[in-house]
Design a protein around this ligand. Structure first.
Ligand SMILES: *Cc1c(COP(=O)(O)O)cnc(C)c1O
Length: 394
């Protein structure tokens, strides 16, 4: 199988798998225990914290381990919102293209009386720092903008947005799940107060993530219990998975330049190849996008049918985000960049990793082109367009 669904999740790095297995077998003490086996586990945990802190340029004590990106998003946003509420600040700024872990948390806060302002994006999926500056009010308690979009790969101007938030004294959170380990992220340079990342998006284990919270930023517990994570996230730590996440992030950061160069080569080759398909379009920015992201819409077909056809031919891909697959509604991200519902239904996302090859890229171009042709030949909608009964959109 050719795996091109790395925005949904990634293959575990083989060296990380080894670390996790060894740790599971040997380092089974509870890091909170006072005996030597507990201390050994605590040491592994601290080293993981240190490694991750170095990768995003923060202090180890600003790293809070969580169960993944979704939990980190929830805790970050709820914390900043409820801290704001104490000062009568109920206004939150975000964007229309966030992950559902952010959007659904904001929906929940709306029922608590918060005013949620979702900024529109342009046709590339970009928000300008100017829009943020214009939206900030005296009662704004939080700006949350994703670092890079998981469906269309657009990279947002996080450093500039962070600067504006800092200047205005507004807490700034970024869902950096698609960015960390793939493009340089530095919480100091980027002026970030709260950041979410997830282990399984950079060849680490699933079910572990990090919430970075700058010293002095209010944090509220989602899970009460023991005093783990400086009292902010209870529950015995998943030491093997956390050690694995740290190692995976170190590998990803050490090899970032070389890997992204290779991914960009494959990405641009596939984009060029698929652009040859008539009545198709690339989603997102051509240049300013994640190294591994390819997102297309093809007129006259259903994305789901294309996925099944590609799966038959040995290619694992996605129509958009794994979280919306299965739902019949077209992607909120594609609608936000101005695609019609009809066009948004014909979407394909290929997300690459360091394990993909040029041979695979060539096979993907050939196979997707043939599959689109094949599906169009059965499509009543496509027939209507060919005969002129309905207009072409793309
Ligand atoms: C995958 C993803 C998440 C969710 O992370 P989990 O670790 O799966 O909970 C959140 N935000 C973005 C942008 C993602 O791509």
């Amino acid at each position: 199988m050719i795996y091109t669904d790395n925005a949904a999740t990634t293959q575990l790095s083989p060296t990380v798998a080894q670390t996790v297995a060894e740790c599971m077998n040997k380092v089974y003490g509870n890091p909170s225990s006072l005996h030597s086996m507990g201390k050994e586990a605590a040491k592994v945990l601290f080293e993981a914290r240190q490694t991750i802190a170095r990768c995003i340029n923060c202090q180890p004590r600003e790293i809070y381990f969580t169960s993944g990106g979704s939990e980190s998003d929830n805790q970050a946003i709820r914390s900043a919102a409820h801290a704001g509420k104490k000062n009568n600040k109920l206004h939150i700024i975000s964007t229309a293209i966030e992950h559902h872990a952010v959007l659904h948390t904001l929906d929940r806060l709306k029922t608590e009386g918060f005013e949620i302002q979702l900024l529109d994006v342009d046709q590339r999926g970009w928000v300008s720092p100017r829009q943020i500056a214009d939206a900030i009010r005296k009662d704004t308690c939080l700006v949350t903008v994703m670092y890079a979009n998981n469906e269309i790969g657009t990279i947002l101007p996080i450093k500039e947005i962070g600067e504006i938030c800092r200047k205005n004294g507004v807490v700034f959170h970024t869902d950096a799940v698609q960015a960390v380990g793939h493009i340089p992220v530095d919480v100091q340079k980027d002026n970030i107060d709260l950041l979410s990342l997830s282990g399984h998006k950079f060849h680490g284990p699933k079910g572990v993530g990090v919430l970075f919270a700058r010293k002095g930023t209010a944090l509220e517990n989602l899970i009460d219990g023991g005093a783990q994570e400086r009292g902010k996230r209870a529950g015995t730590e998943n030491v093997p998975a956390l050690a694995g996440m740290a190692q995976a992030l170190k590998e990803a950061c050490d090899e970032m330049q070389q890997v992204s160069r290779q991914e960009i080569l494959l990405r641009d080759r596939i984009v060029r190849g698929l652009s040859q398909i008539p009545h198709s379009c690339l989603n997102g920015d051509r240049e300013n996008r994640l190294p591994g992201n390819i997102s297309f819409c093809f007129e006259g077909i259903q994305g789901e049918s294309l996925l099944l056809k590609l799966d038959e031919k040995g290619i694992c891909a996605s129509s958009g985000s794994a979280c919306t697959s299965g739902a019949l509604d077209p992607s909120h991200v594609l609608l936000a960049i101005g695609r019609s519902r009809e066009i948004a239904h014909g979407s394909l996302r290929l997300s690459l990793s360091r394990y993909n090859t040029m041979e695979e890229a060539k096979y993907i171009i050939k196979t997707v082109s043939q599959a689109v042709d094949y599906l169009r030949s059965f499509s009543p909608l496509w027939k209507d367009k060919l005969s002129g009964k309905k207009p072409f959109v793309l």
